[in-house]
Each structure stands twice: as C-alpha cells, then as structure tokens.
Design a binder for this molecule. Sequence first.
Ligand code: ZN
Length: 219
Amino acid sequence: MPSSTVENYLKQILVESIQAESSEVAMGKVAECLQVTPGTATTMMKSLEKKGWLKYRPRKGVMLTSAGRKVGMNMLRRHRLLETFLVETLGLDWGEIHDEAEELEHAISEKVLEKLDEFLGRPSHDPHGDPIPTKRGTMPKASNRSLLDCVEGDCVRIESIQDQGRKFLQFARKNKLVPGKRIEIIRHDEIADSIELKVEQKTILNLGSKTAEKIVIRS
Ligand SMILES: [Zn+2]
C-alpha cells in the first residue's frame, strides 16, 4: 500500500502525462507539478522507481509502470467522485471542494468508494468538467482545445475548467464560465492579448490569454 504522499505523486504524474498526451513526463514538468526543486524531484523519482511505481530516465523523464498508473487512476477516480459528492449531495461551493477532496481521497475504503459511485448514479464527469475514471481504470478522452485556440466566429461549449483554485472558480462561476455553457468568440486579438466573447448569447466578456487557456472547450 503506497503512502498518501506517494498516491499524490502518482496522481499528479498521471494527470501530467494525460495532458501532455505522452506516457513519459519530462523531469522539468515533474518538478513543476510536485512543486519541488529539480534535485528533489530526481531523488523522489529514484525512490519511486525502486518501489516499482515508475521508470526513471536520468535527466529525461519518468513513465508510470502499470502498477503506478493503476494507483494514479484510482486516486483520480476517488478525487473526482468525492468532488461530485461534495457539490451535488452536500451542497458545498465548487470553489472549496478541491482541498476537501485532496484530504478525503486517501481516507475512504474501496467499499465506500463503490457505494459512492453507485449513489451518485455513476457520473462520467466531475463538477469542473473533468472525466471520472471507471473502476476498471478507463476514462473518456478529454478535449485539449482551450478558448485560446478559438478564432473569431467560433461557437463552442465549455467542457472543463483547468484551475482548481478557489479564486479562479469563483470568477468563472460569477461569469457563467462553467461546463456546458455556450460561448461565441467575437474577437481574438493576439497583439492586445484579448479574447472577447459572448456567454450564452448574452454577457460580453473580455479575457486575457492566461485565463482563456484555463477554459477547455469542445466545438
Ligand atoms: Zn479537484
């Protein structure tokens, strides 16, 4: 049984590899997502390799073994099901559920997890719009296009919000930038770093590229 710290590392590396659409995650990315120095990341990856959770290629990157991937997927499943439960059943604000789920995901048993999934009606996506892995460890493919990839005249739908921070989620909800909403791109001016859009055919909004990049869409 891996410790909660190891469970978190494996989950983060899995998320990075899914986002990068590559089984190998570069060491720079590993250090960045675990919020440690490159030296610390290397030490940690070597110790995870000894335990059989991943393969480490010096100065290159890491690749999860099937055992490591299984743990990572299970943690993602726990995290996303718990977030769904906290919003839909307990009525918590979606800006505060990430931190709560980070704690709870290590604490519940497999039995409770299965009951939770059944109780929630086996949801396919969490409140942020991220896909929830099944018990067998499969997951629908998420879109990799953000508002930043849109051009004038595009009509798209928000799939997910890629920032779990409370402040960003409050901003997103206040402006109706939530999964399922329809967006029309009025103008995308790269020089001015501004994307002007219409939300649900009403509100006009101006976003910079940093914000637009965090809003994943599907056309
Ligand atoms: Zn979360």
